[in-house]
Design a binder for this molecule. Structure first.
Ligand SMILES: O=C(O)CCC(=O)C(=O)O
Ligand SMILES: [Fe+2]
Length: 292
């Protein structure tokens, strides 16, 4: 059962905490964001000729930005089945002369932009709104854990967050998978879908269940960094996307922490299950496992 919460409700932090300890997923209303512009940008991007998309390929970026073509990624590294999806990644938008870009800090680079009017404005608008909402959710996480509300804020003020536009072609009867089973790497993921079915989650002690399409609500889930911070109290649950009954669009915002954030078991959570790791080292290790 995936609970549906409203960020304005009484006792929101505790309700978030309950969902995070249970399925690791919840639906979120009351966010006030309009997804129409970012979905319009995604449709315009994926409708371009293949050459235009390949011109901004992630292969041209050392910083995990740009276009991933159909079958290029395999999120489930146990089966190695290629994902039947295409994607476009936008990272924290830095100028070419930003000191972090000039000194080649890990993952600090410029974004790749397609030649589409309004695309940059729409995607960066969504990036910034989802980032602010994600930091707000991390305040609720802190409150649920009995910590000071701003405990996590400094770890997310220049995050390795990625906005990802996704398009899954309609099921063609050939089998395969839209997105293979995986857990997300960061702290929280804020996902908006077009309402088409396909997303499933596997709770800690259960079988695969459908995430119900919920118009206008975010699907929020706990990622591995937040599971490690809470020493396993919060669940980062495996999820996947089945080939959808019709073409499906979704927009995921992965809130990964700052590169120098230390992800270590919080005090009072018992003997650490995982060694401390920095945000940058952790993201690097996970991307290497996915892309080889
Ligand atoms: O498109 C979706 O519904 C989920 C995508 C996802 O889980 C991911 O990209 O990590
Ligand atoms: Fe995911």
């Amino acid at each position: 059962m995936i609970p549906r919460l409203d960020i304005r409700q009484q006792g929101f932090a505790q309700a978030l905490g309950e969902a995070a300890r249970g399925p690791g997923f919840f639906l979120l209303d009351g966010h006030g964001l309009d997804p129409a512009p970012v979905f319009a940008a995604a449709e315009a991007f994926f409708a371009q000729p293949q050459e235009a998309k390949d011109a901004v390929s992630i292969r041209h970026s050392a910083h995990n930005r740009g276009y991933v073509t159909l079958g290029e990624e395999r999120l489930d590294d146990t089966t190695g089945a290629p994902d039947q999806k295409e994607a476009f990644n936008v990272g924290l938008d830095l100028a070419p002369d930003d000191p972090r870009v000039v000194s080649c800090e890990p993952f600090r680079g410029t974004n790749l932009w397609p030649d589409l009017p309004g695309f940059r404005t729409a995607t960066l608008g969504w990036y910034n709104s989802a980032w602010a909402l994600g930091v707000d959710l991390m305040r609720a996480v802190a409150v649920d854990l009995g910590l000071e509300a701003e405990r996590f804020s400094p770890d997310f003020d220049a995050p390795l967050a990625t906005l990802r536009l996704l398009r899954y072609p309609a099921e063609d009867g050939a089998g395969g998978i839209g997105a293979g089973a995986h857990t997300d790497y960061g702290a929280l993921t804020l996902l908006m879908t077009d309402g088409t079915a396909g997303l499933q989650v596997k709770p800690r002690d259960g079988d695969w269940i459908d995430v119900p399409p919920a118009e206008g609500a975010f699907v929020v889930n706990i990622g591995d960094c937040l599971m490690r911070w809470t020493n396993g109290i919060y669940a980062s649950t495996p999820h996947r996307v089945l080939p959808p009954p019709r073409e499906r669009y979704s927009v995921a915002f992965f809130l990964d922490p700052n590169p120098d954030a230390m992800i270590a078991a919080l005090p009072g959570t018992g003997a650490p299950q995982w060694p401390p790791v920095s945000g940058a080292d952790y993201l690097r290790s996970r991307l290497e496992a996915t892309y080889g």
